[in-house]
Write a new protein. Structure first.
Length: 200
C-alpha cells in the first residue's frame, strides 16, 4: 500500500509550501484540495471527496471561474501521495492515511500570506472560509488526529517547532513570523514517503 500523507491547517499556514517542498524532496505526487473544493462554500464537501479519490485514484477539477467541475485527472497508485488543504485531516481521511500533519500560524500572518497569494479574489471570502475552518475544527478536531503539529508565530501551538510525542526535530524559523520551509528537517517525512516503501 502506498504511503499517504495528509497536511492540514488553516488558510495561509504554509500547507502548500510544505507539500511542494516534500514532493520535490521525495518524488511524491500532490493532491491540492484547492483543485476539488466546489466553490467558496465547499470546504466540507472537498474534505468528503478524499476517500473516494484515494479509492479510485481519480479526481475532478473544480473550475473557479466557471463554478463547475470540469476535466478528470488520474493519480498514480504506485507513487506516494500528499493530500494538502483545509479539511484534509478528518477522522475518515486519517483512517485511510499513513501520517497526518497539522500546521498552525498566528492569524494576522496567515491572513496576510493568504491575501498576498490570492489577492482580491480571496478577500471577500475570507470570513466565509474562516467560518468553515472553525466548523471543521470543532467537528473533527484535526489537531488530535495529527501525528505532528508544525507551529510558528505568537498564536501557534508549539510555537516555532514541530512537535509530537515521537517527533521534534524539525523547526520553522520564527523570524518575522514567516515560516521558512527550508529550515525543516524532512528526514522522518522523507522516510514515510520513500517510494521503496510502496509494496508492489
Amino acid at each position: 500500500m502506498r504511503p499517504v500523507l495528509l497536511i492540514d491547517g488553516r488558510s495561509g499556514s504554509g500547507k502548500t509550501e510544505l507539500a511542494t517542498a516534500l514532493a520535490a524532496a521525495t518524488g511524491a505526487q500532490v493532491l491540492r484540495l484547492d483543485f476539488v473544493y466546489p466553490g467558496w462554500g465547499g470546504l466540507a464537501a472537498g474534505s468528503a471527496l478524499v476517500p473516494g479519490i484515494l479509492a479510485t485514484h481519480r479526481w475532478q477539477r473544480w473550475d473557479w471561474a466557471l463554478s463547475r467541475y470540469t476535466e478528470w485527472h488520474s493519480l498514480d497508485p504506485a507513487l506516494p501521495l500528499i493530500v494538502e488543504g483545509c479539511g484534509a485531516l478528518s477522522r475518515q481521511n486519517r483512517a485511510l492515511a499513513t501520517h497526518g500533519i497539522w500546521m498552525e500560524l498566528d492569524e494576522p500572518t496567515r491572513k496576510a500570506r493568504a491575501l498576498a497569494r490570492d489577492g482580491d479574489s480571496y478577500a471577500p471570502h475570507w470570513d466565509e472560509w474562516a467560518a468553515q475552518e472553525l466548523d471543521f475544527i470543532a467537528r473533527e478536531n484535526p489537531v488530535s488526529l495529527a501525528d505532528d503539529v508544525v507551529g510558528v508565530g505568537s498564536g501557534a501551538a508549539g510555537s516555532g517547532a514541530v512537535g509530537s510525542a515521537a517527533f521534534g526535530q524539525g523547526r520553522f524559523s520564527t523570524g518575522g513570523g514567516v515560516p521558512e520551509i527550508s529550515t525543516i528537517d524532512f528526514s522522518r517525512w522523507r522516510a514515510l514517503l520513500d517510494p521503496a516503501r510502496v509494496e508492489s
